[in-house]
Structure formats: structure tokens, C-alpha cells
Design a protein. Structure first.
Length: 277
């Protein structure tokens, strides 16, 4: 049951750090559930997030989508920022990536204009990000919304950009979630864009090795198909890009002591850990 203090109006009060923390997580990942938000904020359970979400929702900073059909499948409500929430983040955090354009574009997140499939994909990326943080506490992660202001990133941004320091060497990765609903022609189009970006040398101009491409596939069968598509694209375009794949289940059930879940498209039978790539 929601805490009674959800009736508190915030219009005459400054948002506290806990409330801003929730808004920032929703900004980064676009959509989030109570459990995902709690995990990313380091909370052992999601109960403490109840009141924050209720107060922010009642005061027009966030909204949620929940259909009656969700109850039968055990699907939780998904939360997203309203323009008021974005303007508050812009005011209190002074982040360069929270622009007027970003606020204007947030109107597209209305639950009446986005599909459940789109929301579910964003939630899956959020869960993947949480899991990576648990596996590698020092990892740095950036979402699409945070990358959009950097001109040297590809126009078709990865779901996550990762940076991990291993033995005084910084490893960089572009990570994408590949769904079974993603069409083969769309994957080929993405591979073509990536090859063109590599050949143009925009990233290499920064003086850093080109990031390794990590594909998290929804199923094992999909992973096999993606490997074939990637190998065909590498042969067609002649690019020296490293591609590694894994499955969503393998990643979500891995642990710090058992994280060898990735395989190169060139050696699919050899599993290695992220920090070894």
C-alpha cells in the first residue's frame, strides 16, 4: 500500500536527492520498473521506491503505463518522465545532454504513442545494464540519451556504450540487444552503417582502438543467425571490427565467478569473459 504522504505537493518544495535520483534513472533508460530503478539505486528491495514514485507521479514529474492484462502475466507498471521531470533535471543537474530538444522529444514517450514492444526493449536494456554493473562494479555505462550530444559516435547509437579498465588498459564496447522481432534486413542495414562509420575513421580520429561490438541475443537460435550475418557483412565490407555475441539468459544468469559467456563470431565455441576481450 502506498504511503499516505504521497498527497504531498512538491510545487513549493525543491526535489530531494532521492527523487532526483529516480528521475535521472528514468531519463537514462527512458522507461523503468520499480524493481529496476531500485536495483540501479543500490536498494536491496523496491519497497522504499514506492513513495518516491507515487509522489513524483502525483505531482506530474513522471507517468506510468499499466494495463489490466498485465496482472495475468505478472508484468509490472513501467514509468517514464514527463516534460516537467526533464525540466527539473535540467534545472538541478545542469547536464549538457538534457537539452530543450530532448524535453520536446519526451512527448513521444506517452504511453498512448509507444508500443509495449518498444517499452519492453528499453526495460531489457535497463536490466542488462544493472546486471553488468553487478558483474563489474567499476564499469562505466552510457545510454543512447547520454551519447546523443557526442558527434564522434555513430548516428545509429548503440543501446549501451561501455568502458572497463583492465590492468591499466581501457576496453571499450558498443553493446546492442538483438530481439527475435528484429528483421534480418534491419540487422544488415545496421551492419552496413557500422562498416561505413568504421571506414570513415571518425572514432579512430580520437586515438583510441575501435570499440568491440557486443550483441546480446534474445535466444540461442537468434545468436546463430546473427553470427552468420555478421561474418557475411565482415567479408562483404572488409572491416576489421571485433564482434562478440551472447544470449540474454546467459548474461542475466552469469555471476562474477562465472562470467565467461561471450564468444567471437570467428570462434563461436570458445567462451570468454568481458574483461578478457
Amino acid at each position: 500500500m502506498a504511503n499516505k504522504d504521497t498527497s504531498i505537493k512538491l510545487k513549493d518544495r525543491k526535489l530531494n536527492q532521492g527523487q532526483l535520483g529516480v528521475l535521472l534513472k528514468l531519463y537514462r533508460y527512458r522507461f523503468g520498473t520499480r524493481e529496476l530503478i531500485a536495483t540501479s539505486l543500490g536498494k536491496k528491495n523496491s519497497t522504499s521506491i514506492y513513495s518516491r514514485l507515487d509522489i513524483l507521479k502525483e505531482n506530474g514529474y513522471i507517468a506510468s503505463k499499466y494495463e489490466k492484462s498485465y496482472k495475468l502475466s505478472g508484468k509490472p507498471a513501467s514509468y517514464y518522465l514527463l516534460p516537467k521531470g526533464l525540466r527539473s533535471l535540467q534545472q538541478y543537474t545542469h547536464r549538457d545532454d538534457i537539452t530543450d530538444t530532448a524535453i520536446k522529444n519526451s512527448y513521444r514517450d506517452n504511453y498512448e504513442t509507444v508500443t509495449d514492444q518498444f517499452i519492453d526493449s528499453n526495460l531489457a536494456v535497463y536490466a542488462i545494464s544493472n546486471q553488468l554493473q553487478a558483474l563489474y562494479p567499476a564499469i562505466k555505462q552510457f545510454t543512447k540519451r547520454e551519447l546523443v550530444i557526442y558527434k564522434y559516435f555513430p548516428k545509429r547509437l548503440p543501446d549501451l556504450y561501455l568502458s572497463l579498465n583492465v590492468k591499466n588498459d581501457t576496453r571499450r564496447y558498443f553493446l546492442d540487444l538483438i530481439k527475435t522481432t528484429d528483421k534480418p534486413f534491419a540487422i544488415n542495414w545496421q551492419l552496413g552503417l557500422l562498416a561505413n562509420y568504421f571506414q570513415n575513421g571518425q572514432w579512430q580520429a580520437k586515438g583510441n582502438p575501435f570499440p568491440v561490438i557486443m550483441y546480446v541475443c534474445e535466444t540461442g537460435e537468434l545468436e546463430k543467425r546473427i553470427r552468420k550475418q555478421v561474418n557475411a557483412a565482415v567479408y562483404k565490407f572488409g572491416v576489421e571490427i571485433q564482434f562478440y555475441t551472447s544470449t540474454q539468459n546467459a548474461l542475466m544468469y552469469s555471476t562474477q565467478n562465472d562470467d565467461a559467456i561471450w564468444s567471437s563470431v570467428e570462434e563461436p565455441d570458445k567462451l570468454i569473459a568481458l574483461k578478457e576481450i
